[in-house]
Design a protein around this ligand. Structure first.
Ligand SMILES: [Mg+2]
Length: 106
């Protein structure tokens, strides 16, 4: 099954609803974790640690996934539809920077 941002947000919502519902509105905690993961990403980028043979531990692939996880969690604490936001923001950028490709052209 291919994952969409919407699927990922729904999955994380359901996961926390089942296991840690008290954390579902903890935006500040998720924001701090996001910054922590961005720091870890900086380190693996600096060391150019890429995933080899599906071993994701300690790689750029792992830390990008961690960053995405906390971006999704923060969006969920505000009930934000990230796909919709990305679409709107890309349209603003398209106009601002004069790009010709629209997101629905692909
Ligand atoms: Mg990490």
């Amino acid at each position: 099954m291919s994952l969409t941002i919407e699927n990922m947000q729904e999955y994380l919502n359901e996961k926390y609803k089942r296991t840690k519902p008290e954390e579902m509105k903890n935006t500040q905690r998720y924001f701090l974790k996001l910054i922590e993961e961005v720091g870890e990403l900086a380190e693996v980028i600096r060391k150019d640690k890429r995933m080899v043979d599906n071993n994701i531990k300690g790689t750029i692939e792992e830390e990008l996934s961690d960053v995405l996880y906390y971006v999704l969690m923060i969006a969920n604490t505000y009930n934000i539809d990230l796909e919709d936001c990305f679409r709107k923001k890309e349209e603003l950028n398209r106009i601002r920077y004069g790009h010709t490709l629209k997101i629905d052209d692909i």
